[in-house]
Design a protein around this ligand. Structure first.
Ligand SMILES: Nc1ncnc2c1ncn2[C@@H]1O[C@H](COP(=O)(O)OP(=O)(O)O)[C@@H](O)[C@H]1O
Ligand SMILES: [Mg+2]
Length: 374
């Protein structure tokens, strides 16, 4: 994987770049480099809630929270957005600020290693400002404690001096709204989680929603796209808009070099094959995980860290990037003793599933057009 990663457009703030974490949804090499990639991603971000396709539930909930705050002429409750990478957390944070017509301050958990870093940011916030804290689960513990005090009482204690003579001077803050984003809501300590008045859980997108996103993106990129090409890309994007947009650009590239410059079915087939995206949208990491699970570990169950070492990835990457989609699509199950491949996974890899594989012997359910059980 390594050399193919790129930074997402949402990393235009301090911290994310230096912390060694990587955007593991970035699975397709973009030879034109990171800057261009960031620019394109930012250009494809919807700016208002009304332009944001998919996630109807979160959109309705968010819209209500924002509208109510607007009517009361108050700052809205703090908002937590959780879900796998590339589903629109950063985009929604930007939209919250745009809808409130307020400035947004952007930082991330890994950038806040000391409570002092956070105190400096908090004490410079303007009234009603939106503070976007990406990867909030990775903030240092003392900063976390300062944050929940600030979120609740709009106050920070500034420590002046050192040692026994140090004193805490309370500093009042103007009301503001924290928008936190996390791929691991479960890692947030309960007191912090409780300070958020609203939590939006982003889920993978349906193919129809992805198709709507792709149509819009193609228009913004100025490339002609046919329905069959769009549908093919949508069905193979792992339910993830960031991946859909990236695949769209690679299909466009293929078509401009080998085809007729139009995103059509042939271009989609050829480009997706070239970039190792299989018919179910699984990429090399996904298939690597399944292959090792089946061939080296006999289908499991095997512990997450053992599996991660075998695929040569961080456990966190396997857990937040590959696993949610594999589980949701029925290729993998989590058991108390570890991860196990389902009969569907064996079948997908062209292998014979052992009798005791989860899902083996289950009646064959008809698949719908998206390859899901209907
Ligand atoms: N609902 C959506 N509609 C259109 N584009 C989207 C949507 N959600 C995400 N995107 C696109 O996907 C990319 C990644 O989204 P982002 O908000 O950065 O995801 P996250 O912060 O959850 O990792 C963005 O550049 C944006 O263009
Ligand atoms: Mg983001």
């Amino acid at each position: 994987m390594p050399e193919v990663w790129e930074r997402g457009a949402d990393d235009e703030f301090a911290g994310r770049a230096d912390d060694g974490s990587y955007d593991a949804t970035a699975r397709v090499v973009d030879a034109r480099g990171v800057d261009d990639e960031q620019r394109v991603e930012a250009a494809l971000r919807p700016k208002r809630l009304a332009d944001f396709p998919g996630q109807p539930r979160v959109r309705d909930q968010l819209s209500l929270v924002l509208e109510a705050a607007r009517r009361r002429d108050a700052v809205p409750d703090h908002i937590l957005l959780s879900g796998p990478p590339g589903l629109g957390k950063t985009t929604l944070a930007m939209i919250v600020a745009a809808e409130l017509e307020r400035p947004i301050r952007v930082t991330s958990g890994p950038a806040i290693q000391h409570a002092g870093d956070l105190a400096a940011i908090l004490s410079s916030l303007a009234e009603g400002e939106v503070l976007f804290l990406d990867e909030i689960h990775r903030m240092a513990r003392p900063a976390e404690e300062m944050l929940y005090l600030a979120m609740e009482d709009f106050r920070v204690d500034v420590i002046v001096g050192k040692g026994p003579g140090a004193t805490a001077i309370p500093l009042e803050l103007p009301p503001f709204t924290v928008v936190g984003a996390t791929t691991r809501a479960g890692l947030l300590p309960a007191p912090l989680r409780d300070r958020f008045g609203f939590t939006g859980h982003l889920d993978f997108y349906s193919s129809d929603d992805l198709a709507a996103i792709l149509v819009r993106s193609a228009r913004l990129l100025g490339v002609e796209a046919l329905d069959d090409g769009i549908a093919e890309i949508a069905g193979r994007s792992r339910g993830t808009p960031r991946i859909a947009n990236r695949l769209l650009r690679r299909v466009r590239d293929w078509s401009q070099v080998h085809g007729r410059g139009v995103v059509d079915l042939e271009a989609a087939h050829e480009a997706l094959a070239l970039f190792d995206v299989d018919v179910r949208g699984l990429d090399r990491l996904d298939r690597g995980v399944l292959e090792l699970l089946c061939t080296r570990f006999g289908g499991g169950p095997v512990g997450l860290s053992t599996l991660a070492v075998a695929v040569g990835e961080e456990p966190d990457t396997v857990e937040t990037v590959a696993e949610p989609y594999l589980v949701r699509e029925g290729f993998m199950v989590r058991t108390p003793r570890g991860r196990a491949a389902t009969a569907l996974a064996w079948q997908h890899l062209g292998l014979t599933a052992p009798m005791d594989a989860p899902g083996a012997g289950a009646p064959q359910l008809p698949l719908d057009g998206e390859g899901r059980f209907s």
